[in-house]
Ligand binder design. Sequence first.
Ligand code: A3P
Length: 272
Amino acid sequence: NETENYPPQVKPPGTNRRIPQSIIIGVRKGGTRALLEMLDIHPNIVVAATEVHFFDWDENYVKGFDWYKNLMPFSYEHQITVEKTPGYFTSPLAAERIHEMNSSIKLLLILRDPTERVISDYTQVYYNRLENRKPVQVIEDIVIRNGALNTKYKAIQRSLYDLHMENWLKYFSLDQIHIVDGDTLIKDPLPELQKVEKFLSLPPRIMPSNFYFNQTKGFYCIRSDGRERCLHESKGRPHPVVNNTVLEQLRAYFREHNNNFYRMVNRSFNWH
Ligand code: A3P
């Protein structure tokens, strides 16, 4: 249980808890955990162990910045503190609140093909429901209602990147938001991490030797400080095979939103 010894009780001399200089704001199922764990390889980065949900949950936000800071790890002055809460990206309030805390903060946003993200989101909820002995439905029955796409489905709404981005761009300039390609991070993590090092103005310290491909898991795992570790088993789960017509409906729905998003960020992605 990662929260048990957290926050650590012993303060190493010369360290302090600091409010993050960079935040991974989402998107849920984009690969936020992989990004955080991989950035943690860097000696100048320290990461918050848990999802803090400070800016998106009112019951936490009212506790104030000291409460928030107390959840951050101890760091030296030359280190950057990073927290990740995937819910920030789709929250209507997080952007404004983060801006109020630090208007020059550097934001990291990891995105994945929106249709793939819906399926991943569904898969996570499916397993959560199974564990809690709640009834589950096949994905097609949730995505399609009365023959039409169920655009009210939360997982679909979370994949409308243009709508969420519009809100962030009200508060932050585009050069403050670095977008990590989550599909590329899965296949070849290092180049994506090197771009993040540059964005954070850090010296390049993440190396090819920090990754190895684990055949059993089917994903890259991390080698750092003499240890090898893969992400938790809930990360990188097999997805259900989705009916082709449904897939096409999802892709068609996202197409215009994706193009809109590409225009907003002056960059395109290999989304279907
Ligand atoms: P799936 O489990 O659907 O494949 P998040 O941490 O934001 O919830 O994102 C989870 C997703 O991270 C996983 O979704 C997986 O595809 C992706 N991912 C990226 N790199 C990974 C890695 N090295 N190991 C496991 N999952 C990884």
